[in-house]
Design a protein around this ligand. Structure first.
Ligand code: TYD
Length: 207
């Protein structure tokens, strides 16, 4: 039996971590078994790659190098953790996946969707999530809610124009993959957003 693979996407500060935590509480309270991981990271090798990518000191990192490092961290996580667990019939939740690379590196850094698709086809061979929950909130709203930018994080320091492009990229992806994308309005209170996530996952038969 094949399990279910659900990923979470959104711009910085949309409350993604908080929503994942609320979903975890729900799953625990309902005795639903799951495995939660994150990108970049989720394995010892991928976590080391994460440290290199997100290190604010690595200002000389090229966009191409960054995109390839994300894909490298991804394939390690996929082979070591995600694919075996899905083969075992488990529910696997992942905080970000290839859509982040498409939105951040493809659209926002300007490498183009085709380049990102190509390197990720090579890395993950069309291994896509069953469903992708996109927490829909504009970067402007998100940073307001978060109380500003984390100055030690290389990605968060990228500026408003960059984050608006990320957001536009996600909206395009949601349009392009309507069967897979579950767009959740994340502008309300966290409990309201959580209720929307649960009802969407129930509707899709995941819960
Ligand atoms: P993280 O601190 O986990 O941020 P968040 O809580 O917003 O998920 O850092 C992950 C950062 O990496 C985030 O800014 C998005 C970025 N990212 C990419 O640019 N491309 C990718 O493929 C992935 C997986 C993440």
């Amino acid at each position: 039996m094949k399990g279910t693979f659900v990923t979470f996407e959104g711009c910085e500060g949309v409350g993604k971590s908080r929503q994942i935590k609320l979903l975890e509480d729900y799953l625990k309270n309902n005795n639903i078994k799951y495995y939660l991981t994150r990108e970049p990271g989720g394995t010892p090798v991928s976590e080391q790659i994460r440290n290199v990518i997100l290190d604010g000191k690595n200002v000389s990192m090229t966009d191409e190098c960054e995109a390839l490092l994300y894909a490298a961290a991804r394939v390690q996580l996929l082979k070591e953790v995600v694919a075996p667990k899905l083969a075992n019939g488990e529910l696997v939740l992942c905080d970000r996946y290839v859509d982040s690379s498409l939105a951040y590196q493809g659209y926002a850094r300007g490498l183009g969707v085709e380049f990102i698709e190509k390197i990720n086809d090579f890395a993950i061979k069309n291994f896509m999530p069953d469903y992708t929950i996109f927490l829909n909130l504009t970067p402007e709203e998100a940073f307001k809610r978060k109380g500003g930018v984390d100055k030690t994080d290389r990605v968060e320091l990228s500026g408003a124009e960059f984050h608006n492009k990320v957001y536009g990229g996600y909206l395009d992806l949601a349009k392009k993959y309507p069967e897979r994308f579950i767009v959740i309005d994340a502008s309300g209170e966290k409990e309201q957003t959580h209720a929307k996530v649960i009802s969407a996952l129930k509707e899709k038969g995941v819960l």
